[in-house]
Ligand binder design. Structure first.
Ligand SMILES: [Zn+2]
Length: 373
């Protein structure tokens, strides 16, 4: 990752350049600030800049061997350390979950904590940095740097260390092994133990303003400018929040298409096509199946309300409304409760791990009958 790949933060990029160019690097540098502000990307770009063999114009070259290794998270003198889930009965270190962590850095470069918990399949368990990680780092840092002058540890969420772990880390930070640089990245610096916090040099990374988020959404995620402005206004300066909102609206679009498909094919009694429809819906997986059924309930409710001409109670997006204007006349007093019941039963079956293809095909057949009511 180059500095040029990160939106905004020109002043911080300059400060980091200067540290590296003058060789005045602290042993431990903490980048602190709100989620979705690009701190982790700054740490990655800084590490790459330090290791780059051909820096120019305040940025790494992106093409030398060191830069190429950074691009694939395989730079030999760069170690990532981050919270994970304990494996029962054996030492647990960050490297046990390196594949998942590379996925997170690739898919969510702004490092969404919720996405990390999802990738770990952690459920309600909070990921932590365990004391074994301190031992492992000590082992790895005991070797001299292989290619470059500096070994760099990028430590995500130092607030997730307990006291034992922090004490081990503290030794590493206080008694650095050769030229070692710790880059700590935290959304919650108040949660970091004071012994660690007080030994770091700190850079505050502030949230993005709306125009920076709009630029990012338009240039990196191909969002249309008007939509990008609307999303930026409600994402409180967090690109993580903005990306989550885009994912929600994408999901909603998929659900609307599936709902329209169901209703059209049920009205035309296209049994064969509805069988394929059930297979398509089932392939989305259990969580999305449940969310889709909730969406169906909501659309039926909204269409019933539309049919009753109580438009002030209606909550439909423009796309949903365009379909519902003509469709709502099919949802009436005679079938609305039965339709809800069919959807609710399907929900119970899916939640109970029934075969989703069968459940959705059954729902489709019942919908054919109820639409004629
Ligand atoms: Zn380079």
């Amino acid at each position: 990752m180059r500095f040029a790949d990160i939106p905004g933060h020109a002043d911080i990029k300059r400060r980091l350049d200067e540290m590296a160019d003058t060789g005045r690097l602290p042993h431990a540098l903490l980048l602190e600030g709100p989620s979705g502000a690009g701190k982790f990307m700054l740490a990655r770009a800084f590490a790459q800049y330090i290791h780059c063999e051909n820096r120019s114009d305040g940025d790494s070259c992106g093409v030398c061997p060191a830069c190429r290794q950074h691009a694939t998270f395989n730079h030999i003198d760069t170690v990532f350390s981050y919270p994970v889930i304990k494996k029962s009965g054996k030492p647990t270190v960050s490297a046990d979950y390196l594949t998942e962590f590379k996925d997170l850095m690739t898919e969510y470069p702004f490092m969404d904590t919720e996405q990390w918990v999802a990738l770990l399949n952690a459920g309600n368990t909070q990921p932590k940095i365990y004391v074994d990680e301190g031992t492992e780092l000590l082992r790895r840092l005991n070797f001299r740097a292989h290619q470059s002058r500096y070994k760099i540890v990028i430590l995500w969420q130092p607030e997730k260390m307990n006291e034992d772990t922090a004490n081990k880390m503290l030794k590493l930070i206080e008694e650095p092994h050769g030229d070692t640089l710790f880059l700590l990245v935290s959304n919650n610096p108040r949660g970091i133990l004071p012994t660690i916090y007080s030994r770091t040099q700190r850079i505050a990374v502030s949230r993005y303003d709306d125009s920076e988020i709009v630029d990012y959404l338009c240039n990196f995620m191909a969002v249309a400018p008007e939509a990008a402005k609307a999303i930026a206004r409600i994402s409180s300066g967090s690109i993580n929040e903005a990306v989550a909102l885009i994912n929600i609206s994408k999901t909603r679009k998929i659900f609307l298409d599936l709902f329209i498909d169901l209703m059209r094919k049920a009205y035309q009694r296209k049994i064969g096509l509805l069988r394929q429809w059930s297979v398509d819906v089932a392939s989305l997986g259990r969580e999305q199946n449940l969310a889709f059924l909730d969406y169906c309930s909501r659309m039926m409710r909204e269409n019933f309300i539309l049919n009753m001409h109580i438009s002030e109670l209606n909550y439909l997006t423009p796309e949903e409304n365009a379909f519902s204007v003509n469709f709502s006349r099919f949802i009436n007093e005679r079938n609305v409760l039965k339709l809800f019941e069919v959807v609710n039963n399907a929900r119970t079956d899916i939640a109970g791990n029934a075969n989703a293809k069968i459940v959705f095909f059954d729902l489709a057949i019942k919908t054919i009958l109820l639409l004629k009511a």
